[in-house]
Unconditional design. Structure first.
Length: 135
């Protein structure tokens, strides 16, 4: 598993835990440093970026996750969408396709049978509308 993949997974773990506990992912992250420094910079960047843009990201999820209310969506899916939307929209050095593929692979491993295709569809809409979302 690549360092970036490990960083995404670690960030997702913090997002998921924070979501379930009603806490802040950055605070959880700060209280639990990792010994693997190769991933820590990216974990911190992801969690900081998601925290900064969370209101916008959650609005996008609510708008484009057709048929799902944020509260009814499985927490792992909601947080995979937050993570991948942040990467697609605000991590300019990362190819969007990588963010989508990583989200699909993590959804396949960690969530329900239908989650991967659902997440793929939502992210496809975000990519198609990216320029209008960021303007």
């Amino acid at each position: 598993m690549s360092a970036r993949r490990k960083a995404r997974k670690r960030a997702l773990d913090f997002l998921y835990e924070a979501d379930l506990r009603g806490a802040q992912a950055l605070e959880l992250y700060s209280s639990r440093p990792s010994e693997d420094l190769s991933q820590e910079a990216y974990v911190g960047r992801l969690l900081t970026g998601i925290a900064h843009y969370q209101v916008k990201i959650d609005e996008l999820i609510t708008t484009y996750a057709e048929g799902w209310d944020m509260d009814r969506m499985p927490p792992i899916d909601r947080n995979l969408l937050r993570l991948s939307m942040y990467e697609i929209l605000w991590e300019s050095e990362l190819d969007e396709k990588i963010a989508v593929n990583e989200a699909i692979e993590m959804a396949t491993e960690l969530s329900t049978v239908d989650s991967a295709s659902y997440i793929n569809g939502v992210l496809g809409r975000i990519i198609a509308l990216k320029s209008s979302i960021l303007s």
